[in-house]
Design a protein around this ligand. Structure first.
Ligand code: PEP
Ligand code: MG
Length: 573
């Protein structure tokens, strides 16, 4: 038996065999010269891989038709057509003859050229084909190189997934009912793998450091997402401890049921709106189960990370589904926050030296205005079905905000010219998650209808610390006085400008973070739905004056560690 500590990233305890996920996505494609009399043999290898892939895709199409629906099946139909495309075959034949390189290398070049060509198109429909080319080419290459093309979607038994790191796109497609727990070497509490694990209610311990070499496939693992511990090959006593911890947890969950229908407020009745963060539309059910006051952050970019870029119609359907599920409660849809660790290779955003400081979020959208306008039209149309707000991520200058609002207006006109009477007074707010935005919140407030503070990124950029890097995780602490000062500045600017301000970073879902934020003046917090009961329970037990007094003390303190200890002992959590 061996016990390893990591970061408690998603609560709950899981016991299951290990499944080692080694992603070969970035593995090098071999390139070597061939003799001219080997061209035919190389082409035969290609033909065999094409035939194999066609059988595989036909099987997936049948599965999708039976289990998901026609829309998904149509994607595989399109893949079958690409595999049969005479132009592909001709280009590979010509490529082999002209380059005298192995077929993998020729196909890889074909992929790069096709992606460059498609992604430079102005037509969003054509741009969307990039992910299809990518998927088809990877499948053929996988066959040629005898690499198992394993996706987390294909897991068919209960497992604990262990990996170096998990990308948001890995998580989105994963078989959620089969993955009982997650343990990764990299990652932190606010990395997107952690956020998604919480959203899907899968216990997770991330940032464990190097441990994969000690895990053999199939060995028993315990992932304790409450304590941040992974146990390899647990002995009798560890298994008993796990049982006790599990039943204690169930009791706690039951106790929260009694407050489910009580609106969130402090003990003396100051109403606090507890909203939910969601990543995929299906989460709306859990949001309603927890009686959230609405959705404060819909991370729409996850719709784009499942391997297929959705067009206006399918985005509209996804947004509308959420809006209707919320039945009149507010839904804040954040426009896509692509880039950083949320990579869309189709758009070339993976080749940056510093992706977290690069072509991300609103920066990406302002240079890909067709994709942006398509999304805005889909959101505007969905707004006809309920109370929708739009939020722009990672605004760092006033110019960006003005440009984004200008494009929103264009999208409104486009909708109207197509007969959709979309509202002209839809609230459009911004995330405050870059220090420049917090420092200039007073001016940004002139053009924003509301602020939502994103402490995950605000901490990352204030402290100059990659939020997913476990080696420097100690610096990613929202209790750092620098971050707290930026939060209070933002609240103050919003108050003076008389606009709404809330918070949607992970800090709000942590009971001690939540009480501090209410003490600092916030009345709206958005968090993963599963975090609502514990936050509500603490608020209901505490009068506002006590929270304000604690916040005042905290603002005089200098050490994040001391602040955390003070809050935990003051509020008994
Ligand atoms: C944040 O940065 O705090 C936030 C809520 O956005 P995300 O976690 O999606 O970057
Ligand atoms: Mg952010």
């Amino acid at each position: 038996m061996r016990e390893i500590r990591g970061i408690a990233a998603s609560p709950g305890i899981a016991l299951a065999p290990a499944f080692i996920f080694l992603d070969d996505y970035n593995a090098a494609i071999p390139s070597y010269p061939i003799e001219s009399d080997h061209v035919d043999a190389e082409y035969r290898r290609f033909s065999e891989a094409i035939e194999f892939s066609k059988r595989e895709v036909a099987g997936l199409k049948e599965k999708a038709l039976a289990e998901v629906g026609e829309e998904q099946a149509a994607i595989f139909e399109a893949h079958l057509m690409m595999l049969d495309d005479p132009e592909l075959k001709e280009r590979v034949q010509n490529g082999l003859e002209s380059s005298l390189l192995n077929v993998e290398s020729v196909i890889f070049r074909f992929e790069q050229e096709a992606i460059d060509q498609l992604s430079s198109s102005q037509d969003p429909y054509i741009q969307e084909r990039v992910s299809d080319v990518h998927d088809v080419v990877r499948r053929v290459l996988g066959r040629l190189l005898h690499r198992e093309r394993f996706s987390l979607a294909d897991i068919e038994r209960d497992v604990i997934v262990v990996a170096k790191d998990l990308l948001p796109s890995d998580m989105v497609g994963m078989a959620r009912n089969r993955v009982k727990g997650i343990a990764t070497e990299a990652g932190g509490r606010t990395s997107h793998a952690a956020i998604l694990a919480r959203a899907f209610q899968i216990p997770a311990v991330l940032g464990v450091g190097q441990f994969l070499s000690d895990v053999q496939p199939g060995i028993t693992l315990i992932v304790d997402g409450d304590r941040g511990v992974v146990v390899l090959n647990p002995d009798e006593s560890a298994l008993n401890k796990e049982k006790v911890a599990r039943s204690l947890r169930q009791r706690k969950v039951k106790a929260f049921e009694s407050i489910r229908d009580i609106p969130a407020a402090t003990k003396d009745g100051c109403r606090i709106h507890l909203m939910a963060n969601i990543e995929v539309p299906e989460e709306a059910n859990l949001v309603n189960e927890q009686r959230a006051d609405g959705i404060g952050l819909f991370r729409s970019e996850f719709l784009f990370l499942g391997g297929h870029v959705p067009g206006e119609e399918s985005q509209y359907k996804a947004y509308r589904k959420v809006v209707e599920a919320m039945d009149g409660k507010p839904v804040t849809i954040r426009t896509m926050d692509i880039g950083g660790d949320k990579v869309l290779p189709e758009f070339g955003a993976q080749d940056e030296k510093n992706p977290l400081l690069g072509w991300r979020a609103i920066r990406f959208c302002l240079s890909k205005t067709d994709i942006f306008r398509t999304q805005l039209r889909a959101i505007l149309r969905a707004s006809l079905h309920g109370d929708v707000r739009i939020m722009f991520p990672m605004i760092s200058t006033m110019e960006e905000l003005i440009k984004a609002r200008g494009i929103l207006e264009e999208a409104q006109w486009e909708c109207r010219s197509r007969g959709y009477e979309v509202p002209s007074d839809l609230k459009a707010g911004i995330m405050i998650e870059v220090p420049s935005a917090a420092l200039c919140a007073d001016t940004l407030a002139r053009s924003a209808d509301f602020f939502s503070i994103g402490t995950n990124d605000l901490t990352q950029y204030t402290m100059a610390v990659d939020r997913g890097n476990e080696k420097v995780a100690y610096l990613h602490d929202p209790y750092n006085p620098a971050v707290l000062r930026l939060i209070t500045m933002t609240i103050e600017s919003a108050r003076k400008a008389n606009i709404e301000v809330g918070l949607c970073g992970e800090m709000g879902g942590d009971p001690t973070g939540a009480v501090l934020l209410v003490g600092l003046g916030l009345r709206e917090l958005s968090m993963s739905a599963a975090s609502i009961p514990a936050v509500k329970s603490l608020l209901l037990a505490t009068p506002l004056a006590e929270l304000e007094e604690a916040a005042e003390t905290v603002m005089k303190m200098t050490s994040p560690g001391a602040i955390a200890t003070f809050l935990a002992s003051r509020f008994n959590v």
